[in-house]
Ligand binder design. Structure first.
Ligand code: ADP
Ligand code: MG
Length: 699
């Protein structure tokens, strides 16, 4: 990292950006490519060779030796296979080559990536296809070309393809609405996303010393540390030097990749932090979020730390999520969710608001599924993250407007409030129209919606696929009504009133963490899928298949395969967790406690032989407790072992996943309970793994 460089020079220096394209591509080629990027038109295959050549030269000038098609398979991670630009030409000489064909199409043997039954191992062929709308970039000596990934038979095997399709869908349907409102200048509506990312940093040696962290990315055992987050001293606290150094390097690396890392701070739990980039077009925001996670991991290791992206690395303190800030904007720069000075008169805004409210109410289940992972099951509903119930927080002003539209009453806007802090030198500040509600899973925050349920380790694509498609569907239904209306203005008013009336049940401004809300939500008929497995089952419900197929976002086959992968992944994660617990129990904890008991017993004997009247009640007391717990631990171990064996024997993935949720999970928690109790009674130096205190206060 060259510290002398200015951040404006560094920014996007490793991106094949529009600037680089304009500078280097022949004018006609540039125009054609930009037409594809900006307007979503099909790429002109004839220009691929020229673009490839220019890309290659630019990449080599910037130190690249390889290129890779970069794609996002259904395992939730990213995939890459690097090819050198080099081609030997005989006589000990070589040239560099990169053709349009190589840019456009790749053919990874992808048989080891999840396909949910879409591809048998013997039909290993998969294709990657260049996505010109996401910028290529250079990382670690390779030119990364963002691509979509599909099977030989054309089914999408990735998260990007349906995302791009959903962006098309919302564009098409939103444009119909804009035209009805007389907007004839905008040519495109883009969904935009800014994803805030939470994470933990711990010492690398502590990470390596625990099999649960090592294999599962989260702790499966661990008694609470004496101090947790109750002092509220970590949130926004001063950054410790090691963390500061890490964040500094992270910012620089991200800036180079054109990721506008903007905000960084300590989060609620000890060792927890957050990074937020500036928002951008959704497909790019998804690429960027994946890169942010990767860079966090690599850079942490360079600083002797490990970055934990798991949703719940430690029981008893806050877990991590992502806030998926989502909005819609036109190519002419209008944010469709910006209420303006008089939202009650801004009919376009109100209609877009109604479209989102309707979409979220009708597709609560899909949104819930988009945040369903085994890790997130440990987090949602834990009084620290949104509950598993989806609801929308609008804030005072919009709530009042919605109610006045439904009830036909007069809406009176409150005057802007100013607040004085009672200190002459401190200026008065304008108070926002509404307070925040941090318990809401889906909150309006001024000019965007913030979906706060997504887990920290997740790819945010699915959440945005659901949002884009469900909102596209609302727009489509609205446009059908309005395009045929005799009086558009009255039709809009009626549509607003009808939609708000029908979907008002999804609005909730109270405390979403409370038990009262759970009861009330039930009475309102809102869904409440407490576990991922319960939610997954609804992915292919008829109404959901209808939605995705209608807009060409996913075929039924693609949906069935994804549903299969949800369950499959869940089962795999839980299987690894159960096996890790079994192993740690017999190889780490039982030997440690058993040795300590022996040590105590020997001590007692020694003491007694040295002194007939020796008081050994303390040693005996501890020994007795530990020995009782050790027996219970073994019992719990045997129970988990039996349940795990049963789970493994279940052939059907869905059934197996449900068995993990319903049975194995409880056995895991029971085992943990005894081990954690033993931890608190065992000599510190005899405990075989770093404790919660070491882990969360170690850096
Ligand atoms: P908050 O304080 O409500 O979390 P911030 O201003 O910090 O809001 O923004 C949080 C995230 O929302 C940032 O990533 C920001 O870029 C993003 N954001 C802001 N405007 C939009 C928008 N129109 N569309 C999508 N994301 C947005
Ligand atoms: Mg936020």
């Amino acid at each position: 990292m060259e510290k002398s460089e200015r951040i404006t020079d560094i920014y996007a220096s490793m991106v094949f950006s529009e600037d680089v394209m304009r500078e280097r591509l022949p004018k006609e080629v540039y125009k054609s490519l930009i037409n594809t990027i900006a307007n979503g038109n099909e790429i002109d295959a004839g220009i691929a060779d020229v673009v490839a050549g220019v890309m290659k030269d630019w990449a080599i000038e910037h130190g690249a030796t390889h290129y890779t098609h970069w794609f996002h398979p259904l395992n939730g991670f990213t995939a890459e296979k690097h090819e050198a630009f080099l081609t030997p030409v005989g006589g000990g000489k070589a040239i560099t080559e990169f053709s349009g064909k190589e840019l456009i199409k790749g053919e990874p043997d992808a048989s080891s990536l999840p396909s949910g039954g879409l591809r048998a191992t013997f039909e290993a062929r998969g294709y990657t296809a260049w996505d010109p709308a996401s910028y290529a970039f250079i990382k670690d000596g390779s030119l990364y070309i963002p691509t979509a990934f599909c099977s030989y038979t054309g089914e999408a095997l990735d998260t990007k393809t349906p995302l791009l399709r959903s962006m098309d869908a919302v564009n098409t349907e939103a444009m119909r609405i804009l035209r009805i409102f007389g907007d004839n200048t905008s040519r495109r509506v883009l969904s935009t996303v800014g994803a805030e990312q939470e994470y933990f940093l711990i010492k690398e040696e502590d990470f390596k010393a625990r099999r649960d962290l090592f294999y599962c990315g989260r702790t499966l055992f661990g008694a609470p540390a004496i101090k947790g987050q109750e002092m509220e001293d970590h949130y926004f606290g001063a950054l410790r030097p090691k963390v500061k150094e890490f964040m500094k390097e992270l910012d620089f690396e991200l800036w180079k990749l054109g990721i506008a890392a903007k905000t960084k701070h300590n989060e609620t739990a000890p060792a927890q932090h957050e990074l937020a980039p500036l928002f951008c077009t959704t497909n790019i925001a998804v690429d960027q979020n994946l890169l942010i996670m990767e860079e966090m991991k690599t850079i942490a290791q360079r600083h002797g730390m490990e970055c934990l992206l798991s949703e719940k690395p430690f029981m008893g303190i806050n877990g991590s999520g992502k806030h998926n800030n989502w909005s819609l904007g036109t190519d002419t720069g209008i944010n469709l969710l910006k209420p303006g000075k008089k939202p009650c008169e801004n009919k376009l805004f109100l209609l877009v608001l109604a479209a989102v409210i309707k979409a979220v109410d009708e597709y609560q289940d899909l949104l819930r599924i988009s945040a369903a992972t085994p890790g997130n099951d440990c987090r949602l509903g834990g009084d620290e993250a949104p509950p598993a119930i989806i609801s929308i927080f609008l804030g005072d002003e919009l709530d009042t407007i919605v109610n006045s539209i439904v009830d036909g009453s007069v809406y009176n806007k409150k005057q802007s409030k100013y607040m004085s802090l009672g200190v002459a030198t401190v200026p008065s500040i304008r108070v926002d129209d509404t307070d925040r509600n941090r318990t809401s899973p889906f909150a309006f925050t001024g000019n965007k919606f913030e979906f706060r349920m997504v887990g920290s380790s997740q790819n945010i694509a699915l959440a945005n696929i659901v949002l884009n498609t469900a909102v596209a569907n609302s727009f489509s239904q609205f446009a059908d009504v309005l395009e045929g209306a005799e009086n558009v203005s009255t039709a809009i008013d009626k549509l607003l009133a009808d939609t708000f009336r029908e979907h008002r049940r999804i609005l909730f401004a109270g405390n979403s963490y409370s038990a009262e809300w759970e009861a009330e939500a039930k009475a309102r008929g809102l869904s409440n899928f407490k576990t991922s497995t319960e939610a997954y089952s609804h992915f292919t419900d008829e109404k959901n298949v209808e939605l995705f197929t209608k807009y060409g976002v996913m075929s039924k086959t693609e949906m069935i395969s994804r549903r299969e992968i949800f369950f499959e992944n869940y089962r795999k994660v839980k299987n690894i967790e159960a096996k890790t617990m079994l192993e740690m129990t017999v190889r780490d904890f039982i030997p440690a406690v058993s040795s300590y008991i022996t040590e105590l017993a020997e001590g007692i004997n020694l003491k007694k032989s040295a002194l007939k009247t020796a008081d050994t009640s303390c040693e005996e007391g501890i020994m007795e407790k530990l020995s009782g717990l050790l027996g219970k631990t073994y019992e719990a171990y045997r129970a988990l072992e039996a349940a795990e064996a049963k789970a493994v024997a279940i052939k059907d993935v869905e059934e197996a996943a449900l068995y993990y949720t319903g049975t194995v999970e409880a056995k895991m928690l029971a085992l943990r309970k005894y081990v954690d109790q033993m931890e608190l009674l065992t000599k510190r130096s005899a405990w075989p793994v770093p404790t919660y205190g070491d882990l969360t206060f170690g850096v």
